[in-house]
Design a protein around this ligand. Structure first.
Ligand code: MN
Length: 241
């Protein structure tokens, strides 16, 4: 049995092909997994758990809940798009929320799970925004606003960030390798699995004489994909479109 990892699905109601892929993945590949880990940005954005009744959101939580009820543990880490997902979402979908980072014993190999945005330290503007937006005060103030207002504010933020991305260099938006190595050192030289950069890859880092694997998960913009790990290691798998 394998343990599956996905991230950066960016689910939203206006991308029906990817949504079909995701529901199919939950009903087939994930059904026979030992566990499923979703490492952030499951949604294009999440405005708050009071948006659970929205029909599309309800279809996602329902599908996750069916998988969890069938006996496959599902774990969810926040991404930068859906970091206000809370306990009501976790309850409705049967998932267990994971802190970022989370260290896991994966078939005997210590494995560090992260969304990945904290590793992109060359992007100082983003890191400054992240520090502010992840504070309890900021989140509480945001969730106190009416849902419609929150949705509009997030749309505006997304447009702004799309524009900023165009003027930022590719290097600035990628993982700073020295930051990845610092995280590996801090956690005792584990294997690292993360998403966020949308640059699927397998890296090897030599840290203080330890060789550490770093797997970067693919996004689901064009097609779905996942990382499957077992006793013999990990492999990236693409879903048929
Ligand atoms: Mn992300």
């Amino acid at each position: 049995m394998t343990t599956l990892f996905i991230s950066d699905l960016h689910l939203c109601s206006d991308r029906p092909e990817i949504n079909r892929s995701f529901f199919g993945f939950l009903e087939h590949e994930a059904k026979s997994a030992r566990a499923l880990y979703i490492l952030g940005d499951l949604f294009e954005y999440w405005a708050g758990d009071d948006d659970l009744p929205d029909p599309f959101n309800a279809s996602v939580t329902g599908a996750l809940a069916r998988l969890a009820a069938s006996g496959v543990p599902v774990f969810l880490m926040h991404g930068n798009r859906d970091f206000v997902i809370g306990d009501a979402f976790a309850h409705a979908s049967g998932v267990t929320l994971l802190p970022d980072p989370a260290l896991l014993d994966l078939y005997g190999t210590p494995t560090l799970l992260m969304h990945g945005d904290t590793l992109c330290t060359l992007d100082r503007d983003y890191q400054a925004f992240r520090r502010e937006a992840r504070s309890e005060v900021w989140i509480r103030a945001m969730l106190a606003r009416p849902l419609s207002e929150r949705r509009a504010a997030i749309e505006a933020l997304r447009r702004q960030s799309e524009q900023e991305k165009r003027s930022k260099s590719e290097a600035i938006m990628d993982v700073d390798p020295s930051e990845a190595e610092a995280a590996l050192r801090r956690h005792g030289y584990p294997r690292l699995i993360h998403g966020h950069t949308h640059r699927p890859a397998f890296h090897r880092h030599s840290v203080d004489g330890h060789v550490c694997e770093r797997w970067v998960l693919a996004d689901w913009y064009q097609r779905g994909s996942y990382l499957a790990c077992d006793e013999s290691g990990c492999r990236a798998v693409q879903l048929s479109p």
